[in-house]
Write a protein that binds this ligand. Structure first.
Ligand SMILES: [Zn+2]
Length: 317
């Protein structure tokens, strides 16, 4: 049962994300396993622990997957995702590939108007993660050019968010179907990822390169390519999970005042903004909701993602 300042939530939807595959493949290093995955969830408040008066049972909620100790310095500064003491649901503690989860009430995000649970679930990560990267980390401005490397569950939404923020969006991907998706979601240019890609990005940006490069692919080549396609003053944002080091030429960084930035998850305010964009009809979620599966098919959903058959699946307990 929920303890003080906790609630029990009946999970109605939980997205299956690339980082769940990374976790299962041992990508988090000497991280203790087994653990129940699931960090992209929405549901209904089922019961309240003592001292909870912020929500009522029956409330439609999205779950923020990170929690921090009380009085945590980073949480107090509005960046709990940076806290060294952060506990991630579905990574450090059991997650929402489950019928119920118990969460601190502070981790609930209540939408202004109810949204279907699968939509609310994917907004908490597939949308909030690139939103955080673009808005808070890269601080993208209207009129800037954003290159998104990798049109997957994160990159596809980065493209539509870049457009929503008034930027020019360039999608770079491997398969024709992903490039078609990027175009459907509003990309101004779509390019196949091949050795000529840096030149094509330069050609499309008056020879200068992109103001923001969102690196959603976790390979060394893509990281090195991302740095080469940035304009002077450009921000290269690392989102693609990888343990592989890459090379950086310091003089390239210095001469062009490039910023190489990491973006870790998101903060609750990013979920709130994602919900508002959805309620305003400014982002589409159809491409994330093509594969709804019962909870018992979690492994099949992970296999689909690993094989690149889907951008995302959503488990419905
Ligand atoms: Zn995720």
């Amino acid at each position: 049962m929920p303890a003080e300042h906790e609630v029990r939530v009946r999970v109605q939807a939980c997205g299956v994300c690339g980082s769940d595959v990374f976790l299962q493949d041992g990508g988090f290093g000497d991280h203790p396993l087994p653990i129940v995955p699931g960090h992209e969830a929405a549901g209904v408040v089922d019961s309240l622990g003592p001292g909870v008066d912020e929500v009522e049972p029956g409330a439609n909620v999205a779950l923020y997957y990170m929690s921090t100790p009380p009085a945590d310095r980073w949480a107090q500064a509005g960046v709990p995702n940076r806290s060294p003491a952060v506990k991630r649901m579905g990574v450090d503690i059991d997650g929402a590939f489950a019928e119920y989860v118990i969460r601190p009430v502070a981790s609930l995000v209540v939408p202004r108007e109810p949204l279907p649970a699968p939509e609310l679930a994917v907004l908490t990560d597939a949308v909030a993660t690139p939103l955080h990267a673009l808005r808070r980390v890269a601080q993208v401005q209207a009129g800037e050019t954003v290159v998104v490397l990798g049109v997957g569950g994160i990159g596809s939404n980065a493209i539509q968010l870049a457009k929503a923020f008034g930027a020019v969006a360039i999608g770079v991907g491997r398969s024709p179907s992903k490039l078609e998706l990027a175009a459907t979601l509003g990309a101004d240019h779509v390019f196949t990822s091949d050795p000529g890609i840096v030149d094509r990005v330069r050609d499309a940006t008056g020879g200068y390169g992109a103001d923001v490069v969102l690196q959603c692919v976790g390979t060394r080549d893509c990281y090195e390519m991302a740095i080469r396609m940035a304009a002077p003053g450009g921000r290269i944002v690392a989102l693609g999970s990888s343990l592989e080091p890459f090379n950086v030429n310091p003089m390239e960084m210095i001469w062009s005042e490039l910023a190489l930035l990491g973006s870790r998850g998101f903060v609750p305010a990013d979920i709130e903004e994602a919900i508002e964009l959805r309620l305003a009809g400014r982002i589409s979620l159809c491409h994330l909701l093509e594969s709804l599966r019962p909870l018992g098919e979690a492994q099949l959903a992970l296999d689909d993602l690993r094989a690149g058959r889907v951008l995302r699946s959503v488990l419905i307990p």
